[in-house]
Design a protein around this ligand. Structure first.
Ligand SMILES: Cc1ncc(COP(=O)(O)O)c(C=O)c1O
Length: 485
C-alpha cells in the first residue's frame, strides 16, 4: 500500500487542546453574567461602537479556541441585549431557566442530528415524549401528533402545509406531488399574525388572497362576516386560521365558535397559539383557548412563555399523515417512509435539525405542569399589576382591557387631548425609554394611537420590575412635557 503523507498541522489547527480551558471560561463567564443579570441595563448603549471590535479580515491563521472564546466573553458579552433579564418586555421574548440553559448546552455537547431514528434514537424518542407531554400540558387530544419547530412561524408553516395538503386531497389534488394547481380559500380571524401571511406566501397562497374578517379597529373578529364567507363557499373545503394571543394587547379570536364553523362548513381550522396557547395551563384562563381541541392543527412557541432558549416551538396536528405527505421525500440512502420509528425530519421542511427536544424535555421534567402553571399565572398577575398602576395614574391611559400578559397603554397627561400631539409625545417617550435602558418594551399602534405594549413572559420578572417600568414612563413623560415636546 502506498504511503499517504498527511498534511503538516497548521497554526490554529483544530485539536482538542484547550478544550477544558474554554469550557471553564464559558462556565465562569456564565455564572458571573447570571449573577448580575437582575441589575444590568436592558439595552446596551452604542451597540455599533462595541461591535466595531469584531471588524477585520478573515484570519489566515486562527487564534486558537482559547483566545477566540476569551474574545467573545470580553467583547461580545458587553454588546449583548440583556433580554434574558427581568425587564425586557419587547416583542414576546422569554428568558432562560437553569434547566433549559443546561440542557441547551447539552444539546451542543452531544450534537445529535435529529432527522431520523437512524441518526439519533435518543433525540427522536425525547422529541416524541416532549410532544406527548406538550399535548397534555395544553389540553390537546392525546391522539394528535406533533413535531418541534424553530418557532411559531415555522409552526404555522408546517401546520398550514398540512392544511394545504388536506385541502388539495379534498379537491382531488395531491399538492405534494402535483403542485398547487389552484389556490385554497383562506379565511382568518381578525388577529391574524404577520407570520401566517409569511407562511402562506411560502406555501404559494398569495398574501392578497387571504380574507381576514375584522370588526372595528382593534382586530376583533367579525364572526357573522366569517360565517357568511364560509357559507358562500357552499361546502367547498377551505382553511381557517384563528389566533390565540395578539401581540398588541393579548386579544383572542373566538376559537370555539370558529371551530364550530369549521366543522359545519368543511374548513381546516388552524390555531396560531404562539403564546396565547399557554392560557390552557391555568384554570382561570383556559376559557380563552376553549375549542382549540376542535381544531385540526395548533402551533405554539416554546422560546416565548416556556422560557426555553431560542429557537424552539411546536406544531401539533390531528393527523400526522398530512405532514408526511406534504413533506414527502425519498432516496436510497435515507430511511424508508415505512420505517416504524419516529422520524421527525419527515414532517418538517428541514432534514438536518438541531435536537430541540433536550431543553424542552428538561424544562417539563424540571418544573412540571405546576411550575409552568405558576409561571403563566405569575406573568398574568404582573400584567394585571401593570394595568392597575396605569389605571390609577392620572397621566397614563390603559387602551385595552387587560386579560393575559400584555398591558397596552400610553402616556396621556391631563389637558392634552390632541391625538397627533399624543402620538408624537408617546413616540418620543418610547425612544427615551429605550436609551434610558432601565426597562425595555415595544411600541405599536392600537386603534390608530401610538401605544406601549409591554409583554410579560420572563420567569425572572418581579413586582418591583413592573413598578419601575411605570415610574420610568411617568418620569420621562413628565420630563418631556416640561421640555414642551
Ligand atoms: C401570534 C404569533 N404568531 C406567530 C409568531 C411568530 O413566532 P416566531 O417569532 O417564534 O416565529 C408570534 C411572535 O410574536 C406571535 O405572537
Amino acid at each position: 500500500m502506498s504511503r499517504v503523507d498527511l498534511p503538516r498541522r497548521s497554526a490554529g489547527a483544530i485539536t482538542d487542546e484547550g478544550r477544558e480551558q474554554v469550557l471553564k471560561l464559558v462556565e465562569a463567564a456564565a455564572q458571573e453574567y447570571l449573577k448580575q443579570i437582575d441589575g444590568r441595563r436592558v439595552w446596551v448603549p452604542n451597540p455599533e461602537g462595541l461591535l466595531e471590535r469584531f471588524e477585520g479580515a478573515l484570519p489566515e491563521a486562527g487564534t486558537g479556541a482559547e483566545r477566540a472564546i476569551q474574545k467573545l466573553i470580553d467583547d461580545a458579552l458587553p454588546a449583548a441585549t440583556n433580554s434574558i433579564g427581568p425587564r425586557f418586555f419587547h416583542f414576546v421574548v422569554g428568558g432562560v431557566t437553569p434547566a433549559a440553559l443546561a440542557a441547551d448546552w447539552f444539546t451542543s455537547l452531544v450534537d445529535q442530528m435529529s432527522y431520523a431514528w437512524a441518526g439519533s434514537p435518543l433525540a427522536s424518542r425525547l422529541e416524541q415524549i416532549s410532544i406527548r407531554w406538550l399535548l397534555d400540558l395544553f389540553a390537546l387530544p392525546a391522539r394528535w401528533g406533533g413535531v418541534l419547530t424553530t418557532g411559531a412561524t415555522t409552526g404555522n408553516l408546517v401546520c398550514l402545509a398540512g392544511a394545504r395538503q388536506w385541502w388539495g386531497e379534498q379537491e382531488g389534488i395531491d399538492i405534494g406531488e402535483e403542485g398547487l394547481l389552484r389556490q385554497p380559500p383562506v379565511l382568518a380571524g381578525g388577529y391574524l399574525h404577520p407570520s401566517a401571511y409569511k407562511a402562506l406566501a411560502i406555501l404559494g397562497v398569495g398574501r392578497a388572497r387571504i380574507q381576514k374578517l375584522t370588526a372595528g379597529d382593534t382586530g376583533a373578529t367579525d364572526l357573522p362576516a366569517l360565517e357568511r364567507a364560509l357559507q358562500a363557499l357552499g361546502g367547498r373545503p377551505s382553511i381557517l386560521i384563528a389566533t390565540a394571543g395578539d401581540p398588541n394587547a393579548g386579544g383572542f379570536d373566538p376559537i370555539e365558535p370558529m371551530a364550530e364553523l369549521a366543522r359545519k362548513h368543511n374548513a381546516w381550522l388552524h390555531v396560531d397559539g404562539a403564546f396565547g396557547l399557554f392560557a390552557a395551563c391555568a384554570p382561570d384562563l383556559a376559557h380563552l383557548v376553549r375549542g382549540a381541541d376542535g381544531a385540526r392543527s395548533v402551533s405554539v412557541d416554546l422560546h416565548k412563555w416556556m422560557n426555553v432558549p431560542y429557537d424552539s416551538g411546536a406544531a401539533f396536528i390531528h393527523d400526522l399523515r398530512y405532514l408526511a405527505r406534504a413533506f414527502h421525500h425519498q432516496a436510497d440512502y435515507l430511511p424508508s417512509t415505512d420505517d416504524p420509528h419516529p422520524n421527525f425530519g419527515f414532517l418538517v421542511p428541514e432534514m438536518s435539525r438541531r435536537a430541540r427536544a433536550f431543553p424542552v424535555w428538561a424544562t417539563l421534567q424540571a418544573y412540571g405542569r405546576q411550575g409552568i402553571r405558576a409561571l403563566i399565572e405569575g406573568s398574568v398577575a404582573l400584567a394585571g399589576r401593570l394595568a392597575a398602576h396605569v389605571e390609577a395614574a392620572p397621566d397614563l391611559e390603559l387602551l385595552a382591557p387587560h386579560q393575559l400578559n400584555v398591558a397596552c397603554f400610553r402616556y396621556h397627561p391631563p389637558g392634552l387631548d390632541d391625538e397627533a400631539r399624543l402620538d408624537e409625545l408617546n413616540t418620543r417617550i418610547h425612544e427615551r425609554v429605550v436609551d434610558d435602558g432601565r426597562v425595555y418594551f415595544g411600541a405599536t399602534r392600537y386603534a390608530g394611537r401610538v401605544a406601549f405594549r409591554p409583554t410579560l413572559v420572563n420567569w425572572r420578572t418581579r413586582a418591583e420590575d413592573i413598578d419601575l417600568l411605570v415610574s420610568v414612563v411617568r418620569e420621562i413623560g413628565a420630563r418631556l412635557c416640561a421640555e414642551h415636546v
